[in-house]
Design a protein around this ligand. Structure first.
Ligand code: HEC
Length: 108
């Protein structure tokens, strides 16, 4: 039993993490966020997110950054660049959902 425990903890951590990272957002909320990313983020990053004033927000481009880093960039922006922070417009779970969606290519 003790030997099984680490495996069980990993499974609980994985499923717990998934629930926090968007499992509790409604379908309407997810549609709103996807739309916002295409419109608002797209105004600088390109309507297909392949780059414009801001760099591309593609799976390849974001592969080197973990989800938390992308989330924090979304919430706080990047100092001394036109990348604004979205805190106030987006909650942390919303920014986290966008970060994950961008990293997995769920928003095209
Ligand atoms: C006003 C223009 C503008 C808007 C709107 C904007 N960004 Fe940006 N973003 C930028 C610029 C410019 C950079 C590059 C900053 C730099 O030089 O490091 C950037 C960088 C980023 C990066 C880091 C990319 C990398 O490879 O370093 C992420 C992630 C990002 N933006 C996500 C978003 C998301 C998500 C949204 C919408 C919620 C958004 N941005 C809206 C201008 C914008």
């Amino acid at each position: 039993m003790l030997r099984l425990l680490p495996g069980i903890l990993v499974i609980v951590a994985l499923f717990g993490g998934n629930a926090r990272a968007g499992g509790d957002l409604s379908a309407a909320e997810i549609a709103r966020l996807s739309n916002m990313v295409r419109q608002d983020c797209g105004s600088c990053h390109g309507l297909t997110l392949k780059g414009g004033l801001g760099r591309p927000l593609t799976v390849d481009q974001l592969a080197g950054m973990d989800r938390e880093t992308v989330r924090d960039i979304i919430l706080f922006g990047i100092d001394d660049t036109p990348m604004p922070g979205w805190l106030g417009l987006l909650s942390e779970p919303e920014a986290d959902w966008i970060a994950r969606a961008l990293k997995t290519g769920a928003i095209q």
